[in-house]
Design a protein around this ligand. Structure first.
Ligand code: A3P
Length: 332
């Protein structure tokens, strides 16, 4: 239909050239396949209730607004740096519900892989989705958290970048990592090693250099980041709360990013079948994370768990001091 432009300007937030009041604009509405819409947040305007209206760029490209040249691929202003198996995927997916956040589907592994890093920042930028200038580009690669070279490299790109670290009970994280590596990368851990054999050495002590123990030494890793970045540049999200009360953590992140609180309880629902919160889009389309997120964990020998928790305790205490928050993770 035809809309006078002062009405249009009132009701739609436009990131483009200003519209003269005394003219009219034609808006064409088309029906688009819901699941495709959610996957392709390429084309987006806001309704006056601040709800996002998504479009699939492939289907609407003929109707691209004139100001679409304002969409660019930009370097990330926000990075989820880790920690692996703490809910980084869920956090990224839920944040993608926000109309002012765009994020690539894949982990980019730019700053920690030599062969990617030396392709340069322009290559990195090209891995990002298109965004309007009022949107933030968010990247997520959990390996960054534990890779010593990464903080300096990110700082060299953007000294005032915002960083998101999500952590959960580090002993639970070790279990999650074990079952993840077994399922997804069976060649990394010797296939016949049990959890106990993987984390304990022949003397029965926790193996500090085990591939699945190292990422849980949060204090060791965060120290390196705090040597480079201001504490205020890093938000620490509680991954255990992200499971039980995701909105509490998402609201914190929206505030940290100075974004309006547009992700609401309407966007999240608990699925009995999945056993986790899932997402509901404005269109009504629903989506849970895939099978590789939220795997059932077989029971672990309580004595092994207790040993692991006692080993992690001093690292945890140091971490609480460094970030200024006591997570009270179990210590035996
Ligand atoms: P498990 O699969 O071991 O349960 P990451 O994305 O960093 O790899 O983290 C995966 C973990 O995210 C899962 O570990 C799961 O516990 C947690 N998680 C948090 N919120 C979730 C959600 N809404 N759906 C699925 N998994 C979620």
């Amino acid at each position: 239909g035809n809309f006078t432009n002062h009405v249009l300007k009132e009701s739609i937030q436009l990131d483009g050239p200003s519209l003269p009041n005394n003219s009219t604009t034609t808006i064409m509405f088309r029906y688009l396949n819901q699941s495709k819409l959610e996957e392709n947040k390429d084309y987006l305007i806001y309704s006056h209730q601040n709800e996002a209206i998504y479009g699939n760029n492939k289907k609407v490209s003929r109707y691209k607004p004139k100001w679409s040249h304002h969409r660019e691929k930009r370097l990330p202003q926000v990075i989820i740096i880790g920690a692996k198996k703490c809910g980084t995927g869920a956090l990224q997916e839920i944040l993608r519900l926000h109309p002012q956040i765009v994020s690539p589907r894949e982990e980019v592994h730019f700053f920690e892989r030599y062969q990617q890093y030396y392709l340069g920042l322009d290559w990195y930028r090209k891995q990002m989705p298109y965004s309007y200038k009022n949107q933030l580009t968010l990247e997520k690669t959990p390996k960054y958290f534990i890779t010593p070279e990464v903080p300096e490299r990110i700082y060299a790109m953007n000294a005032s970048i915002k960083l998101i670290l999500i952590v959960r009970d580090p002993a639970e994280r070790v279990i999650s990592d074990y079952f993840h590596v077994r399922a997804s990368h069976p060649n990394i851990l010797p296939w016949n090693k049990t959890f106990k054999e993987e984390i304990l050495n022949t003397k029965g002590e926790v193996n500090i250099s085990s591939y699945i123990v190292v990422p849980s030494l949060y204090a060791v890793h965060i120290s390196r980041w705090l040597n480079v970045f201001q504490r205020e540049q890093i938000i620490v999200v509680d991954g255990d709360k992200l499971i039980t009360d995701p909105l509490s953590q998402i609201t914190k992140v929206e505030s940290f990013l100075s974004l309006p609180h547009l992700i609401t309880s309407k966007n999240l629902f608990y699925s009995q079948e999945k056993g986790f919160y899932c997402m509901q889009y404005t269109s009504g389309y629903k989506k849970c994370l895939g099978k590789n997120k939220g795997r059932p964990h077989p029971n672990i020998d309580p004595q092994v768990m207790s040993k692991l928790r006692r080993f992690l305790e001093p690292f945890n205490k140091h971490f609480y001091t460094l970030v200024g928050y006591n997570f009270s993770w179990p210590n035996s």
